[in-house]
Ligand binder design. Sequence first.
Ligand code: PGA
Length: 250
Amino acid sequence: MASLIIANWKMNPKTAKEAKKIFFGIASGFRKIKKAQAVICPPPAFLSLFIGKAKKVKLGAQNCHWEEKGAFTGEMSLAQIKDIGCRYVLAGHSERRKLFGETDEMINKKVLAALQIGLIPVLCMGETAEEKEEEMTFRVLKEQLEKGLNGVAKKAADKVILAYEPVWAIGTGKVCGASQAEEVNIFLKKALTEKYGRKIADSISILYGGSVKSDNVLSFVKDAKMSGVLVGGASLDPKEFIKIVQAADF
Ligand code: PGA
């Protein structure tokens, strides 16, 4: 399976001009990429600037609301996200969980609603530094996986993407070692196999996220055998982002 590289710009950059510079920098660098695939998740205010602007780069939203429509000031529905041309949507990023109080139940509603409308949800999960210290990583992941995928039927499960993003590695420069990432990869595959069977589990991409750069991406996509990476900070630098994609282009 070709590697999938997702760029999460978070609430960056400040201006449309800057956003275009990054986006078109990535799009032009992408011409030399053979197999790897990329999804860019710009902030919602800039999303529509990029619809249909790059053939090889897909677009995703960083967040969504699960309700179809209505009085939810400030929210973006999945129908709106789909209508402007996005194919992917992040669900349960640790910043949403921590800073905006998203619970596993809310995240599950987003995953279900995204699948229902035909979008690909990227379910993010990961342990905090304290949880890692207390050796709770696998317990936390199991719970986030179970609750996040609650009610996802076998026939829809292969549309889901998982992203293992240890909270302590996000934006910190502290990278998860290849062996820990591989252990988590195996653990999640096993949990998915128990839930959906081997064939479906094998078709579900599991990404790594947290301080990914061009000089460490291979430890995830090669050594830990993950299906790709979710990149925050480094995705705001088109040259560095393309280097990441190139490294994973095999
Ligand atoms: P980072 O962010 O690459 O800046 O650590 C990753 C993420 O939050 O998805």
